[in-house]
Ligand binder design. Structure first.
Ligand code: NAD
Length: 491
């Protein structure tokens, strides 16, 4: 199904205390990667807009903290039903602004809904703990909300990435302020409307449109207690430094350069499609996309399958668009430079056929580069596009040395039929998420999502059980109601 693109610009508003209204900063435009048309406009949120949203969220949060977990999650059940009901409509909207295909738009939201389902089950899963530790004395865990928290999200998953944090932070009793990407603000209004319809009290979920200035004002606000960020490594590091200098809790997920180790004994049914889909899915604009193929020994029969599948993809139907004209130019330059440095172009996406009627959009087809040097720019920089760089390796040790030398640590996969060799890659990979015969090793709920090294600043994961400690404080209560006979210094 082709993506429905808004025909005239949609005003992208802030959502504060249950009402949509424009912010007061400078005006910006939103462009659809599909056709280059302006499909939205918004005003950046100023420090005053941020202050008003935080103050009103603070008031709402104090009441929300007193609502039992079971009642909070009831609203999230309603939210889930609304998202499922409106799945197609939201998928069209998010695809039109991010460049995804309709199927990818839908799949992203469904993955986000899995996190929501995890959050709705918290009352059955996160029961704390209580125990009589000595006669008449008990110790107990009590999870408490932090207050007002914020989340800053990237363009490439306008609904899924925010859904990593919205349901968990709200279920745990916080008020949540979302700063969507300035490139994809349209979807945020749809999510806000769904939460309102679900019955979430006003003020608990605020949306502030904006860019760097809005992010900085949010981090600096004294009543914002925790900052979750997902985006490029450069900005993740800046957000982490700024927040932690102020003594705040910050979890900042950054960029990636994911490696796939391909061994000759790989199952051809899994390797060809798995690797091809990994680097072409979402037009390579996902932090779990394959970027470097470490081809160990003679794997040409597998590479042939990767080429065939990549070549069969039709732009606009099987593969979406690139976020901006500048990004297309950046990718073209990177490919030209790689070629100058000795890489051989097996598939050239610069020459791909642009979908009819979308000539003004931002397009690039799958690109496969062979004989790439491990120390070349194309092998080391995060490109964030449908480009696969093949580095030829004589053995697994050489492949792992190359993988380990990259500064990122999001994902690494191996394709093999040998369990012992797979285990060697699992143990040696310098990545937070490792796959075996899986091109995109995204852990499914309740397993948490998160990389290491330059792909994540801060402790814990952004989803799953380990995320709960990020969005809450664990109070330890020790109680005694009667004087004991055998009291000691600890009593
Ligand atoms: P980005 O870093 O440009 O923007 C992310 C967010 O930060 C946006 O909301 C943006 O408005 C804001 N922002 C931009 N510049 C800022 C600045 N100087 N100070 C403060 N805030 C700023 O990232 P992007 O281009 O939207 O997204 C692509 C990047 O995100 C890629 O590097 C990709 O790998 C990464 N990403 C990582 C994960 C992960 O889980 N690790 C997931 C998705 C995307």
């Amino acid at each position: 199904m082709s993506v429905k693109i808004p025909v005239s610009p949609i005003p992208c508003l802030n959502f504060v205390s249950g009402k949509f209204a424009p912010a007061h900063g400078s005006k910006r435009q939103v462009t659809s990667p599909y056709n280059g048309n302006v499909i939205g406009e918004f005003h950046e949120s100023t420090a005053e807009d941020v202050d008003q949203a935080v103050r009103e969220a603070s008031i709402a949060q104090k009441l929300w903290a007193e609502v039992p977990l079971k009642e909070r999650t009831k609203i999230l059940f309603n939210f889930r039903e609304i998202l499922v009901r409106d799945l197609d409509e939201i998928a069209h909207l998010k695809s039109s602004e991010s460049g995804k295909t309709f199927a990818e738009g839908k799949a992203g939201l469904l993955k986000g809904i899995e996190v929501l389902e995890f959050a709705t089950a918290l009352q059955n899963m996160d029961m704390g703990g209580k125990m009589e530790v000595s006669r008449g004395v008990s110790c107990e865990y009590r999870r408490e909300p932090l207050g007002v928290v914020t989340s800053i999200t990237p363009f490439n998953f306008p609904a899924m990435v925010p859904m990593w944090t919205i349901p968990i932070a709200l279920a745990l009793g916080n008020a949540y302020i979302w700063k969507p990407s300035d490139k994809t603000p349209l979807t945020s209004m749809r999510i806000a409307a769904a939460l309102k319809e679900a019955g979430l009290p006003d003020g608990l979920f605020q949306v502030l449109q904006g860019g760097q200035g809005t992010v900085e004002a949010l981090i600096d606000h004294k009543d914002v207690k925790a900052v979750a960020f997902v985006g490029s490594t450069k900005v993740a590091r800046a957000v982490f430094d700024r927040g932690t200098k102020l003594g705040k809790r910050v979890l900042a997920l950054g960029g990636a350069k994911n490696h796939i180790v391909l061994l000759p004994d790989a199952n051809p049914e899994l390797a060809g499609p798995g690797i091809s889909d990994s680097f072409t899915g979402c037009a390579g604009q996902r932090c779990m996309a394959a970027a470097v193929l470490l081809a160990v020994g003679d794997v040409d029969k597998h590479i042939q399958k990767i080429i065939e599948r990549a070549k069969s993809l039709e732009l606009g139907k099987d593969m979406g668009a690139i976020i901006s004209k500048a990004q297309v130019e950046f990718l073209h330059n990177a490919i030209t430079k790689a070629e100058q440095q000795g890489a051989k172009i097996l598939v050239d996406g610069r020459k791909a056929t642009v979908p009819v009627g979308h000539e003004k959009g931002f397009w690039m087809g799958p690109t496969i580069l062979d004989n790439v040097a491990a120390n070349s720019e194309v092998a080391q920089l995060e490109l964030f596009g449908p480009v696969l760089s093949i580095i030829r390796c004589k053995d697994i040790s050489e492949a792992m040395k190359i993988e380990n030398s990259n500064p990122y640590g999001n994902a690494c996969s191996v394709f093999t039929s040998n369990g012992a060799l797979a285990e060697k890659v699992i143990q040696n990979a310098s990545a937070g998420m490792v796959g075996v015969n899986v091109g995109v090793p995204v852990p499914r709920e309740p397993f948490g999502f998160g990389g290491i090294r330059e792909s994540k600043f801060g402790q814990g994961d952004i989803t799953g059980h380990h995320s709960l400690d990020f969005w809450s404080n664990m109070k330890k209560v020790t109680m005694k109601w009667e004087k004991q006979q055998d009291s000691n210094w600890m009593s």
